[in-house]
Design a protein around this ligand. Structure first.
Ligand SMILES: [Cu+2]
Length: 237
């Protein structure tokens, strides 16, 4: 470590007392050398914390991807999931569950992308019984049974790449999709087809657009260290 003059300024503008650092870490004082690394003084601690914060700042580059999705033959451009297929790293699912409500005999939302490991809470805000189940093997082919108004049931979706079809055994017209993804860099298009994915680590990725039974689209995208890349899609049956 380079010796600093007493009272010199760090890069974060904090003043360090170099005598404290060198007393704790030996320097010219061989008697105290054995303490180095075991009992850092307050100034050394502050220096290490400042260095850590600085290094975190350096790696926090991120870019955005946005665009517009057109659904061929559709009456709306909503509910297309646009996502980065794979991003290096392990991502921790949110502690709070995602929510799908059942209201007016519909699942709301009808398309829900989630990070793998996320728990989904199914509410019943109607005045009738609902029964939530999936025939999708990747989601465990579960049936949560019927439950009355005001109650809820939960299920955790573990497998990335699983597109789970969610149905109600009582109302055959009810349908939703839960799209389980490897990372949190995803978005759902609004009725105009607009989407935006923010804060993506810079790199080259496969960007995908998914819409139910339509053919999935895939393009290569280079996410910059800052700024926005625009990618439009047209999804077809
Ligand atoms: Cu139902």
């Amino acid at each position: 470590m380079r010796r600093q003059k007493k009272g010199s300024k760090s890069r974060k503008g904090e003043s360090f007392d170099s005598s404290t650092i060198f007393t704790a870490c030996g320097g010219d004082d061989s008697k105290s050398a054995h303490l180095c690394g075991l009992l850092p003084g307050p100034s050394l601690k502050a220096f290490l914390i400042a260095s850590l914060l600085l290094s975190l700042t350096v790696v926090s580059f991120a870019g955005d991807v946005k665009g517009r999705v057109a659904v061929s033959g559709g009456t709306s451009n909503a509910n297309v999931v646009v996502y980065i297929e794979n991003v290096d790293g392990a991502f921790v699912p949110p502690k709070e569950p995602a929510v799908i409500d059942q209201k007016h005999l519909m699942f709301m939302p009808e398309v829900l992308p989630i990070l793998a490991g996320t728990t989904v809470k199914f509410l019943n805000s109607d005045e009738v019984l609902h029964d939530v189940f999936t025939p999708s093997p990747c989601a465990g082919d579960f049936n949560l049974g019927s439950f009355p108004p005001g109650e809820s049931k939960t299920h955790t979706f573990e497998k990335p790449g699983c597109n789970a079809l969610i149905l109600c055994d009582i109302h055959p017209d009810m349908q939703a999709w839960i799209v389980v993804l490897q990372n949190p860099y995803f978005a759902v298009s609004d009725s105009e087809g607009n989407y935006v994915i923010k804060g993506i680590p810079p790199g080259t990725y496969s960007l995908k657009a998914w819409f139910g039974y339509y053919r999935p689209q895939s393009v290569r995208v280079v996410v910059p260290k800052s700024g926005t890349v625009t990618v439009d899609f047209q999804v077809k049956q």
